[in-house]
Write a protein that binds this ligand. Structure first.
Ligand code: PEP
Length: 257
């Protein structure tokens, strides 16, 4: 059975105390309810801002199935890149995951597929799991180009990897028009795209690899709509923005399988 994951992207929010409280409260809820979530319990990953990663990682380490990840990593190994953070630095903290290609990085920092491919490469070389984000903007959806846009993001960003490499990646489908807007993709829209992604994976890497890969949905996923989204056969969990900042809501999403 492939891995279920619920991940929280905190973006540029919270201070140290608030970040500690959020981590503690979610971890407490997970620990207290261990017996009720049982075998269906998804992996949980916190994606805090860089500065909070050591604190969050130290708390995650105490709880099996709970991990920490960076929201980004630099595309070069090391060197004169003032203000940047490398994959090796992130891994040296004990952190296990990194987001790659979140739509906000693509839109505000001009990140494109050749650059993202380098980030994926460095993440894997440093034993980090890349959570590769893809998704169409509203104009592309309205023009009926979403399948084509996602295919091109995956081919250029990821499909240069071999079978072992791709098997170490998590894919997050995040329609840009749904991120932070309160407009969620319907469960049917999400399933349709996730099935498309899995088909592309199967065509490139074979059924076995495609069937084992975790594909997350992101975009205004919350405590009310998570269950229906996660009930779809190709939706293996969620990448959660706004709702991951509210411990009770985030915990309810964790329990939505
Ligand atoms: C995100 O930023 O990855 C995201 C899904 O945000 P939100 O849940 O707030 O739409």
């Amino acid at each position: 059975m492939r891995k279920k994951i619920v991940a929280g992207n905190w973006k540029m929010n919270l201070d140290l105390e608030q970040a500690g409280d959020l981590t503690n409260e979610v971890c407490r809820l997970i620990k207290e309810n261990e017996t009720t979530t049982g075998g269906m319990a998804p992996e949980v990953i916190f994606f805090p801002p860089f500065v909070f990663l050591p604190m969050v990682e130290a708390r995650c380490r105490e709880l099996p199935g709970v991990y920490s990840g960076a929201q980004n990593c630099h595309h070069m190994e090391k060197g004169a890149f003032t203000g940047e953070v490398s994959a090796a630095m992130i891994r040296s903290l004990g952190v296990t995951h990194t987001l790659v290609g979140h739509s906000e990085r693509r839109a505000y920092f001009g990140e494109d597929e050749p650059l993202l491919a380098q980030k994926v490469k460095l993440a894997l070389e440093n034993d980090l799991t890349p959570v590769f984000c893809c998704g169409e903007v509203l104009k592309e959806r309205e023009a009926g180009r979403h399948f084509e846009v996602i295919a091109s993001q995956l081919v250029d960003g990821l499909f240069w990897l071999d079978k072992t490499g791709i098997g170490r990646v998590v894919i997050a489908y995040e329609p840009v028009w749904a991120i932070g807007t309160g407009v969620t993709a319907s469960p049917e829209q999400a399933q349709e795209v996730h099935a498309h992604i899995r088909k592309l994976l199967a065509e490139t890497y074979g059924q076995e690899v495609a069937g084992a890969m975790t594909i997350l949905y992101g975009g205004s996923c919350n405590a009310r709509n998570a269950k229906e989204l996660f009930s779809k056969p190709d939706v293996d969990g969620g990448l959660i923005g706004g709702a991951s900042l509210k411990p009770a809501d985030f915990f309810q999403i964790i329990q939505s399988f």
